[in-house]
Ligand binder design. Structure first.
Ligand SMILES: [Zn+2]
Length: 279
């Protein structure tokens, strides 16, 4: 056992004996032993851990997806406040532990609050879909600047507009695009016939879009308007696209198709998807 481990254990014992009061002192001492890492981050998910702690999964701008423990985060008077809410935009400090997979989160400061979206049931359903998808597709410890920016942009727009329809379509479309799973939108994957004005068809079991002749039973349509919306998404930023009532059906079709392609890629059903129907 090296000296560093001994000191860390000693500090932990002292922190336990003296309770929360001495926590920050122990933390700053620990910080001297193991250099703390700091990153801008988005909270992806949190779970209760034991009686007092929370397990936190976050996407760090400079660290990629990381899982860690926030000690004491379940106590009523904890120093995290609302920083550990799903999809909060925070600055986070943590230490890696050589022997364990989970990092120790020392501090999180809120950079940007999405309180309206987080506290509204309907809106938080949209956030839950973004959170589940991000958690599933992002590999651990792999930096992804495009996904970081995409998540932040989508959540900001849910908060700003009070509606997840367009942000979620945009998020799902771009997730598929960034993942490289987007099929051709102009012609049938089976017979190569251009779709023209006709609807294209998809499901969550086959890669690609199919024409009316090649479609299989149970496939859903992606009409021209939805394919045109995809083109707009590819070229315009979400916060510059004005949502009009007439876009509702296309936004929904495109979102449903993109969610199916995500499910095809991760080889499982998205748990949060059916919540959208009721929200
Ligand atoms: Zn065809």
């Amino acid at each position: 056992m090296d000296a560093r481990v001994v000191i860390t254990i000693a500090l932990r014992v002292r922190a336990l004996r003296t309770g929360c009061g001495n926590w920050s002192g122990a933390a700053s001492a620990r910080r001297l032993l193991m250099p703390a890492r700091e990153t801008e981050a988005i909270i992806l998910k949190t779970f209760p851990l034991g009686e007092a702690d929370r397990l936190v999964s976050f996407l760090g701008r400079s660290s990629g997806r990381v899982r860690g423990v926030a000690a004491g985060a379940r106590r009523i008077k904890n120093r995290y406040g609302s920083t550990l809410e799903v999809l909060s935009h925070v600055q986070i400090w943590y230490v890696e532990r050589e022997t364990r997979e989970l990092v120790r989160i020392q501090q999180a400061d809120l950079l940007e609050s999405f309180h309206k979206a987080q506290s509204d049931y309907g809106l938080s359903t949209g956030l839950a879909v973004i959170s589940e998808i991000s958690e599933l597709i992002l590999p651990e410890h792999e930096v992804s600047e495009p996904m970081f920016r995409l998540i932040l942009l989508a959540v900001r727009e849910v908060e700003r507009t009070g509606d997840w329809s367009l942000p979620l379509s945009y998020f799902a479309f771009w997730t598929v695009r960034l993942g490289g799973w987007l099929p051709r939108f102009d012609r049938c994957v089976a017979c190569d016939e251009p779709f023209g004005q006709h609807p294209a068809f998809y499901d969550a079991h086959q890669v690609g879009l199919f024409c009316e002749k090649c479609r299989r039973p149970g496939m859903k349509p992606l009409h021209l308007e939805a394919r045109n919306l995809a083109e707009r998404f590819a070229g315009e930023r979400l916060d510059r696209i004005a949502y009009e009532k007439s876009m509702q059906a296309s936004a929904r079709e495109l979102r449903e198709a993109a969610l199916s392609w995500i499910e095809l890629h991760v080889e499982r059903r998205l748990m949060t998807r059916e919540l959208l129907e009721s929200a």
